[in-house]
Write a protein that binds this ligand. Structure first.
Ligand code: FEC
Length: 311
């Protein structure tokens, strides 16, 4: 065995080329292939955001490299080795766990590149990693959420401050701030899932830190699955705010995501911007964290916390 501590860095995953979109979409749908129409629609959305590469692929690589460098710098007395484990693309979560075992690693920490816990998001990653770890004999513990970490809040607050400066035509107080995250089926509410409350906690903390008082939370990117998803949806909310409350300036801050990818580059930058254009509303978006040092330090800190806890 190795005395190194494995770090399984888990992320959503993305195709690496347009011809992989079908397999990727089928995996998201738990093996059920999409209809031709659904597939066309997704391919079209990807075509609009991929300038020769899939942004999430490159961003995940960079985040994992940056986390490794941060762990090495911050905790030189511990030897961490990072591995990628993706939910819907290779290297899959199970591949990452097996790679650790093949390198002789016997203990590891799992962390997801998403700050908020839901049984349907982070819970799903953890379940798969735990099952794979048991099979190969790696002792794993998991970071479940880090949505109120002071460095995360500071990094988000900094982005809100910078984005508010883009509204040169009005005072910052006249801008409505909308914090957003990926919607989930409404049935998570019956399961007492902490996801909605954690998202509100992050929103509140960032608003307090920036002195923003005119803010609310909205959901985005809901799936088309027939069942009811959490609302209000950000698009409907922008429309309502404009028509009912006369809102002409809005800043979207997607706190549920940490990287530039489809749900941000298409759903917000193309779809929501098109709506804003139609309404005559000035809409801006905060920059994503990507390899932001404060975010990397957040991850390094919570990973090390798990090692200390395990003794
Ligand atoms: O850039 C990219 O290639 C990937 C962007 C991407 C991220 C992401 C994050 C989350 N999702 C979450 C939940 C669901 C549920 C369903 C679902 C479906 C999709 C589809 C695509 C997709 N998601 Fe995703 N998600 C990303 C991409 N997601 C593409 C399929 C087509 C569509 O609906 O647009 C519904 C599954 C079903 O059909 O049963 C549920 C959650 C997150 C945020 C947490 C995380 O990152 O894990 C929650 C990034």
């Amino acid at each position: 065995g190795s005395d190194a501590i494995g770090v399984l860095v888990m992320s959503y995953g993305t195709p690496e080329s347009l011809d992989q979109v079908e397999a990727y979409y089928t995996h998201i749908r738990r093996g059920k292939p999409p209809t031709a129409e659904q597939l066309d629609d997704l391919v079209r959305r990807y075509e609009k955001i991929v300038g020769g590469f899939f942004p999430l692929r490159r961003n995940t690589d960079r985040q994992v490299e940056a986390l490794q460098a941060t762990l090495d710098r911050e905790y030189p007395d511990l030897k961490f080795v990072c591995y990628q484990g993706l939910k819907h693309a290779a290297p899959f979560i199970e591949d990452g766990v097996r790679a650790m075992a093949a390198d002789g690693i016997t203990r590891a920490v799992g962390v997801v590149l998403a700050p908020h816990y839901s049984s349907m998001s982070v819970g799903g990653y953890v379940k798969r990693a735990q099952a794979a770890a048991e099979e190969v004999g790696v002792a794993m513990s998991f970071v479940e959420s880090y949505h109120l970490h002071p460095k995360l809040i500071e990094a988000l607050a900094d982005r809100v401050r910078r984005a508010l400066k883009k509204f040169t035509e009005v005072d910052a107080e006249e801008v409505k701030v909308l914090f957003t995250a990926h919607s989930l089926p409404e049935r998570i509410l019956q399961m007492n899932d902490p996801y909605p409350e954690q998202l509100l906690e992050t929103s509140r903390a960032v608003a307090e830190r920036t002195g923003v008082t005119d803010w609310q939370f909205a959901w985005q990117s809901a799936g088309q699955t027939g069942e009811k998803w959490l609302g209000p949806d950000v698009l409907e909310e922008l429309e309502r705010l404009h028509s009912e409350e006369g809102v002409d300036y809005a800043l979207v801050c997607p706190i549920g995501f940490v990287s530039d990818h489809l749900e941000v580059l298409y759903d917000l930058d193309i779809e929501a911007q098109a709506l804003a254009g139609k309404l005559g509303l000035h809409l801006e978006r905060t920059e994503m964290l990507n390899t932001e040092p404060l975010y990397m330090e957040t991850l390094a800190d919570v990973v090390r916390g798990k090692v200390v806890e395990a003794g």
